[in-house]
Write a protein that binds this ligand. Sequence first.
Ligand SMILES: Nc1ncnc2c1ncn2[C@@H]1O[C@H](COP(=O)(O)OP(=O)(O)OP(=O)(O)O)[C@@H](O)[C@H]1O
Ligand SMILES: [Mg+2]
Length: 259
Amino acid sequence: MLRSVVATRYVTPLREGGSLPGLVEADDDGMYVVKFVGAGQGRRVLVAEILCAGLAAALGLDVPELVLVDVDPVIGRGEPDEEVQDLLLRSVGTNLGMDFLPGALSFDPAVDPVDPGWAARVLWFDAFCLNVDRSWRNPNALWWGGRPWLIDHGAALYFHHDWARSAASVARPLRHAEDHLLLRAAADVTTVDAASAAALDPDVLEAVVGAVGDKWLADEPGFGDVGEVRAAYREWLAGRLAGPRPWVDELAAVQRAAR
Ligand SMILES: Nc1ncnc2c1ncn2[C@@H]1O[C@H](COP(=O)(O)OP(=O)(O)OP(=O)(O)O)[C@@H](O)[C@H]1O
Ligand SMILES: [Mg+2]
């Protein structure tokens, strides 16, 4: 399970974020970028953030630590901005925080050093979890402490917005792969395929899915209990990993066409 902290102060909204994430100070003196459960996108995007951060970490990719952030109504009542106050009051209870990397810059492969092997592993990871949100327009990667960090995985694993049709996406190629931030910088994705797939063994999948608390999995339409929802995530992930992984070959073809 993720570590829990209590919000002590709402500092500022991060206006560029579509879901109005905010910078929040917590009782451990840490600063967190908080994605609020009351934001329009709902709790499934928070589930996607947790699952993808776990998968990325298992692949050796840097992601800022995630924590659960408890928001008390008093935090919202003191907020002068009406839009933010509404969001905070809709989000009383548990929210998702990400360790704030102070002074981080948006990662730019045209300027920052890029290791082609690392880039290939990121490309494989994004294709694996159907993350269409890492493009030139919207890099969702930060440069901090002399290395790149991955953020913002809420749009990934989008099959969970329509469970009845989720099986159809198990072998599906990454959409808009031609726009991926690292398509050209990356080594051939097939060179990292075997090691990446091997890193996500059944124990890892179990642990990654187990990191999502019951609260955000409960009452999912079509499921009897949270155990069934966890099993459905595990099955989708295991199914996508099972050979021969046509989505890797399709991605490699997009890469070759771009060279
Ligand atoms: N851990 C972090 N440390 C420092 N800055 C961060 C961190 N997380 C996010 N940011 C900043 O906040 C912005 C918004 O965060 P994020 O991309 O996660 O939110 P979003 O609402 O999903 O955004 P969008 O819809 O614009 O992609 C990022 O582009 C980045 O500039
Ligand atoms: Mg973003």
